[in-house]
Design a protein around this ligand. Sequence first.
Ligand SMILES: [Zn+2]
Length: 587
Amino acid sequence: MSDPRIVFAQHGLGSVILEPRFTIQVSDETSFGVWSRPNRRILIFSDNYLDGTLTNSDGRIAGALGGHPLQLLFWGDWWNSAGAAKRGLVEERTKALLESGYFSELTQYGVPHAPVWRGSLIVTEPAPPSFADDADDFMNEVLRMVEDHLENHVFPDPDDGPSILFVVLLPDTLTLGFGASGEHGEGYDVTFPWNDDGFWVGWIGPGQPVDPPVGGDSSLMKTLSHEVVETLTDPEGTAWRTASADRGRREICDAGVSVTGSFKESQTAFVNGVHVQSYWSVKDNATIIPIDSGYQAQLKCHIREVERHIVASGWFRPTEEDNRFCRPELSECCMADREYEWRTYAIKEVATISVNAQRYRRTDLTWTINGHTFGAVPNLSVTVMVASYSGRSLKVEERAVTLQCKVTPAGLEITSSGGSFAIDVGCSVRERDITGNVKLDGGGLVATPQITVGFNGSQLLYDDAYTGQITACLAAMIRRYNVQYKPSMRIAPEEGVNFSMADLLRDIPAYVRPTQYSGMQWIARAAFAAQHLDGLENSREAIRMMMAEAPTLARNIDLRTLKAEAKSAERASHQRPREANRCSSIE
Ligand SMILES: [Zn+2]
């Protein structure tokens, strides 16, 4: 196994998002890009339904520092029977809502804290009405029920501690003869005439699904979030509101509607798994939803060879150049004077790039390759630096390559043939479970992960005998260097290194995968050793040529032999006396 390799992206996405752009190749087949996160913590909508100017006429606000207690009241025996499962879900979602960051932007209205869970109670006495046809009468009936409970000391006096937010949930058996899914109001506990404080109640109408249907904009939790936010910012109808003549358009959640022609849609999203409505933010001059942290997306690439054929093959006899390191003390670098076989291959590879998205409920994906938006066209032509073999020599040139692209349920599938090259694949990952018109400038929970994908379409392979010779030569150089100079293989800067391994290994393209890259690291190490060896100090040109061939050599050397060599060399060096360290750089 080779160590993972890190590859930096060549192309930006042309966006202003400053995120690191690199790819970790964990194996020759599998690589990962880095996580990308939306650049906003707040969803901002591009339109709204605010009617008039929002002002506060010095009324009361739910401003308790530690948050006001929220009490659910499930009205009717129905919640014990047919409605029991729905009740459980409402409780679960409400707790999740209170724990979310949804209320965080209400600080601008003087609400410093989200409400805190107080509990839930099923109310069977009095029984709920089965029909209501007047909104005001019905609100009064709900207030009376809560007042009964206060008088019976089921709940503490409204004066004790921060006011309780009562949320009354109506059973599905109730029929409302007027159009409203919820409302909030306040009442006074008349048996305690010395009270200044009222109690705050919101009700949630029957027949609403707790969570919306896929793509829907209405739900019980949307209504609940709406009524709770408005109870916090305008509990007694005297605080944050507009002077609208329309009673359904006066408070901050009433603004959370997008209107497109005759189409009206609530502005909603999910926070901590709960469907909520947007609210007006004076600060942003727009309707907003504070979203969860933890939205992030990452690309993963799996690449596989699907086809290979021989392009050319031949035999060669080692030349003077092949023997550039041959000398009596490095006999391993003297190639046997015989014929060796070589072959070049053209390889077809398929890369499948998948998205790992966290927190997203449903994603909308838009793919790009080297910044080009990829559409329904199956073929995409990109101009890249392409490396390919012409006979035994590696040729690198800038030219267009054609990629076959296909969007599948598993992700983006890219098929390539013809040469080795790298491309940067980007994906715009957008949350689909948002309703209403979201501002386009990154306001839509968009992550833009990227990954660099290298296709290895051209290979040169030597026969085993030649590979064995090269490996033995490299191993001999490293061993000789270790024995002669360097007990540990660390490079000390004071040695006057005129040739750095880091420089050598910089900008190696992404199609050089971990195994091959490890090979190149070994060759660089051998080259470093070579320039310090007696008789090789002046072999700068030979070393340069060796490194030029490194990608090819790396594919052909036998890493396992090299590693075994290094291990035994290191073991031998550890047994040497410490003095050896001090004179290691004396030549
Ligand atoms: Zn409202």
